[in-house]
Ligand binder design. Sequence first.
Ligand code: C2E
Ligand code: CA
Ligand code: CA
Ligand code: CA
Length: 278
Amino acid sequence: AKQAGRNCLRFFTQRLQREADYLMQLEQDLRLALAAGQFSVHYQPQISSHTGRVEGVEALLRWQHPQRGWISPVDFIGLAEDTGLIGELGWWVLEQSVRDLARWRQQGHALRLAVNVSGRQKQLGLQAASVLALLARHGLEASDLVIEITESLLMERDDDTQAWLEAFTTQGIRLAIDDFGTGYSSLSYLKRFPISVLKIDREFIRDLGEAGEAQSLVEAIVALGRSLGLKLVAEGVETATQLSRVQALGCDQVQGYYYARPLPADELLFWMTRHQQD
Ligand code: C2E
Ligand code: CA
Ligand code: CA
Ligand code: CA
């Protein structure tokens, strides 16, 4: 038994070692990936649940690793945050997506852009003034951009979070709370911070139409959002049933595979042309 235990431990430490090696390698690769042009931005349409029209797109980062293929942002955003690389990478996403938006505008598509911003980018020096200057360089306005943040940022105990966010919103950039409902936080921040949009997490949308409390949870979130004058976006709508549920519940916008997966810029244009004809 002692021998078996020792083998088990060895196996365990070997596995930890492999994981550590993997992460170190990934971190090294991540550092080089930007310069090597391995990142791209895909876009997922955000559709009015009242009119069916495409009102905006969410920019979602993609990494094509030369050996490992596509790596999900779920597997590298955390690492980019821990290493501080998210500063540079997050700025690159903003530049890239604002440039794409400007081009679509010139082609006559009245879209709005939503970009995910990590709380770490605040600490790493992302400034509202730089974002506004970026928009201006491309002939765009503050109201063309929505910044998606998570509840955890609002729960941080440092005082400058509010000032940092207000620097964006006083100039007209809007804020959305991503994955709303998954945090365990108090709701008081919804009044304290200048939020415009709640994105209802896909977890709740997934269970709509099944027995359980998803329906009443979404109802409650919509009521809460309404009472605070916020816009409501349903994330992760995959089926016609889910779509009709969120429409009936009064969500303003819908995003999900039912309409489209996140698409490369040129495919998005193609998709929009087809969608608008239907
Ligand atoms: P998120 O911001 O909540 O983005 C929505 C995620 O749900 C995306 O995953 C999207 O592809 C996926 N999704 C959309 N519709 C559906 C659906 O109908 N069904 C299902 N099952 N999934 C759907 P993705 O692109 O893998 O991104 C994962 C997360 O990585 C994002 O979650 C966001 O937190 C983070 N992320 C992505 N790009 C960036 C970025 O540029 N900056 C930062 N800071 N985070 C990013
Ligand atoms: Ca998001
Ligand atoms: Ca989300
Ligand atoms: Ca999420």
